[in-house]
Design a protein around this ligand. Structure first.
Ligand code: C2E
Ligand code: MG
Ligand code: MG
Ligand code: MG
Length: 281
């Protein structure tokens, strides 16, 4: 109809966009209450060292279970949380829960794990982030070396000079950083050298087609060799098959994460896995 068309005659608001906007509004209103209604939960996915296969870490991944809407993917609700600013209280909750869980597993003697927590663009931009992280660690009694923050390459490169300050501030406090989804953005190598990060996470889009795609194999090889020459570790995400694992091992990738080892698990199932699986002492 004419109403759906712009002044130039372009259709700028399609029925699909309308449906998406309606759903986003519905999710936004529901998300405002998700924390207090205890609809949010952290799942944990093991990070495994190679070639010995020990569990050395966990990535905390947020889950939202809504009573009527069901499970909502973080890929859908994290952007809504970011746009609305809700990511700040939610992100603090994630950090606190993850730190508390890592401390609890350490206390129970289930192993000393590095807990990896995803940090969004809005959290990263917030000037209080380094103090907040320090405060939460102190309150939860977790030593900073057991926390690793994951920042996507895109976010780090948005404002690299500022990223250097924040990353180096966190590094000085003993918190390590990993660059998530590495290879999907455009990293300037000179910046990469100035970030005090300890790990590059090879994006799962390169791991997925390792067997069939020679270019993806070349990219993975290049990332691992770049990391090695900068003194950084590599972790591959989305490892699903033995063939992918074998190739990554041959290239010298130190750590892996993916369905081949385990999907993300609720805390009690992760603890059960730790009990029957070799892990870091
Ligand atoms: P990410 O940090 O890159 O996390 C990896 C995603 O890959 C997770 O999806 C994980 O469940 C999934 N995954 C793990 N192993 C495999 C595998 O073998 N195959 C495949 N196909 N996928 C695998 P998830 O949990 O849906 O999270 C999606 C994204 O949402 C995350 O990407 C992260 O960017 C964001 N996210 C999740 N939790 C949080 C959070 O607490 N805070 C923030 N800021 N972002 C979060
Ligand atoms: Mg991540
Ligand atoms: Mg990732
Ligand atoms: Mg990702």
């Amino acid at each position: 109809s004419a109403k759906q068309e712009g002044r130039q005659g372009y259709r700028f608001f399609t029925p699909e966009m309308q449906a998406k906007a309606t759903r986003n509004l519905l999710l936004l209103n529901a998300l405002r209450h998700a924390l207090t209604l205890e609809q949010l939960q952290l799942y944990y996915q093991p990070q495994v060292s190679m070639p010995d296969g020990r569990i050395i870490g966990a990535e905390a991944l947020l889950r939202w279970r809504h009573p009527e809407l069901g499970m909502i993917s973080p890929a859908e609700f994290i952007p809504i949380a970011e746009d609305s600013g809700l990511i700040l209280p939610i992100g603090e909750w994630v950090l606190r829960r993850a730190a508390r869980q890592a401390k609890a597993w350490e206390t129970e003697g289930l192993g000393v794990l590095t807990m990896a927590v995803n940090i969004s663009a809005v959290q990263f931009r917030h000037p209080d982030l380094p103090d907040l992280v320090a405060r939460v660690l102190e309150q939860e009694g977790l030593a900073p070396e057991f926390l690793e923050l994951e920042l996507t390459e895109g976010v780090a490169m948005l404002n690299p000079e500022r990223a250097i300050d924040v990353i180096n501030n966190l590094h000085a406090r003993g918190v390590s950083m990993a660059i998530d989804d590495f290879g999907t953005g455009y990293s300037s190598l000179s910046y990469l050298k100035r970030f005090k990060v300890s790990k590059l996470k090879i994006d799962q889009s390169f791991v997925r087609d390792i067997d069939s795609d020679a270019e993806d194999r070349a990219i993975v090889r290049a990332v691992i060799s770049l990391a090695r020459s900068l003194g950084l570790k590599t972790i591959a995400e989305g490892v699903e098959t033995i063939e992918q694992q074998t190739f990554l091992n041959q290239q010298g990738c130190e750590e892996m994460q993916g369905y081949l080892f385990s999907p993300p698990l609720p805390a009690n199932q992760f603890a059960a896995l730790l009990k029957r699986h070799p892990h870091a002492e």
